[in-house]
Write a protein that binds this ligand. Structure first.
Ligand code: PRP
Length: 187
C-alpha cells in the first residue's frame, strides 16, 4: 500500500506556492513588456499552475493547450511521449511560452519543443512549476521555474499519482510508507 504523507516542506505550502507563482508571473510580465505572448499549457498536469500563473501576468496574452502523455503509468516516466491534442492556434511568429507542471527527464518537453519549433515561432520559452534537475536525461532547462525539487515523487497542485491527488492545494510527497503520520489515503 502507498500512503500520502501530508507532512510537507514549508516551501510547498499553499501560501509559498502562491508567492512563487506571483514571482514568476512578474518575471514574465517584465520580460515580455510590449509583447503579446501565446501561453501554451501542457495538460493535464499544468492546469492549476496555468490558471494561477496567467492571472499573475499583466500583459495582453493568449492561451492555448496541448494534451501530452508519456507512455506507461506509475511514478517513473517512460521517456516515450504521445501528443493527444495539439494546439488550436497558429504559432508562427508568435512569442510562445510553454507551461508545464514538472520538468523531470525532459523527454516530454523535448518532444513538445521539437514539434513547436518546426512551426517557426518568433521565440519559444519554457516555464515550469517544478524543476527536478537531478533526473534530467536530456540537456534542456527551464527559462522560468517556481521551485527546484529533489528526486521525490510529489503530488498535488495539478500533479497526480494514477490520476489522483491533482486537487490538493499544496504539494505532498508520495512515499511507500505505512506509518505516515497524518492523513493516510490508500491509492
Ligand atoms: C508528467 C508531467 C510532464 C512530464 C514530465 O506528465 O506533466 O508532462 O510528466 O516528465 P519528463 O520531463 O520526464 O518527460 P504525465 O505524462 O504524467 O501526464 P499528466 O500531465 O497528464 O499528469
Amino acid at each position: 500500500m502507498k500512503t500520502i504523507d501530508k507532512v510537507l516542506y514549508s516551501q510547498y505550502s499553499k501560501e509559498k506556492i502562491a508567492e512563487a507563482v506571483k514571482r514568476v508571473g512578474a518575471e514574465i510580465t517584465r520580460d515580455y513588456t510590449g509583447k503579446s505572448p501565446l501561453i501554451i499549457g501542457i495538460l493535464k498536469g499544468s492546469f492549476i499552475f496555468m490558471a494561477d500563473l496567467i492571472r499573475e501576468i499583466d500583459l495582453l496574452c493568449q492561451v492555448d493547450f496541448m494534451v501530452v502523455k508519456s507512455y506507461g503509468g506509475g511514478t517513473v516516466s517512460s521517456g516515450l511521449v504521445r501528443i493527444v491534442k495539439d494546439v488550436d492556434m497558429d504559432i508562427k511568429d508568435r512569442d510562445v511560452i510553454i507551461v508545464e507542471d514538472i520538468l523531470d527527464t525532459a523527454a516530454t518537453l523535448q518532444s513538445v519543443c521539437d514539434v513547436l519549433r518546426a512551426r517557426k515561432p518568433r521565440s519559444l520559452k519554457i516555464c515550469v512549476f517544478l524543476n527536478k534537475k537531478t533526473r534530467r536525461k536530456i540537456l534542456l532547462d527551464a527559462d522560468y521555474e517556481c521551485f527546484e525539487i529533489e528526486n521525490e515523487f510529489v503530488v498535488g497542485y495539478g500533479l497526480d499519482y494514477a490520476e489522483k491527488y491533482r486537487n490538493l492545494p499544496y504539494l505532498a510527497v508520495l512515499r511507500d510508507n505505512d506509518s505516515a503520520q497524518e492523513v493516510q489515503t490508500e491509492v
